[in-house]
Design a protein around this ligand. Sequence first.
Ligand SMILES: [Zn+2]
Length: 189
Amino acid sequence: MSQAKLKANVLKILASPAVKHINFRIAGNHFYNERFTKVAVAIKVGLINVVPFKDFANPKVRGAYSNTSNMLLLHPDIGSASVSRKNQNNVIHECFHAINDMDMVQGISPTEEETCGFIAAAIYEKYHYGKSYYDKKHPMVAMLAILKGSPGYELRNDPVFGELYNLTYEKYARNNPDWGRSNVPNDGL
Ligand SMILES: [Zn+2]
């Protein structure tokens, strides 16, 4: 695994036609394909550095975005010849955080940003693989159906989004009582 290969794999994931299906709003902020393209350009020119990293506090974690150092920290597995579905999702999720930093998106809570990162990754997964791997009863499946029929849909007051938000909050709050408290504002590149 080389850093160059890791970067190349991230750019390949961002170039998937599936990314074109990411199209929603949260608190008026519109997230869509071109914003992922901007992240790809920032990675290409080195404004965002893709760095191999595996010593995450939680060993299940495969990636993180640092908006203080503009670094995409990704598990070295993501630089291998074949990148697993879950790791591809992680790349989309972390790039979603990178967009928020790059475009200095404000007014979204940490849990909203986190939830939207999962939604972006779920959209990628559905269109890249031709199906969703979420359990049919999971609210993400209902969310994907809503977004399919309503590109640019505003999520903030949607009840299904509310369910996903609660799941995200429980997941993070359970693992980290300080969740959301140490979040620094997105500061651009
Ligand atoms: Zn995240």
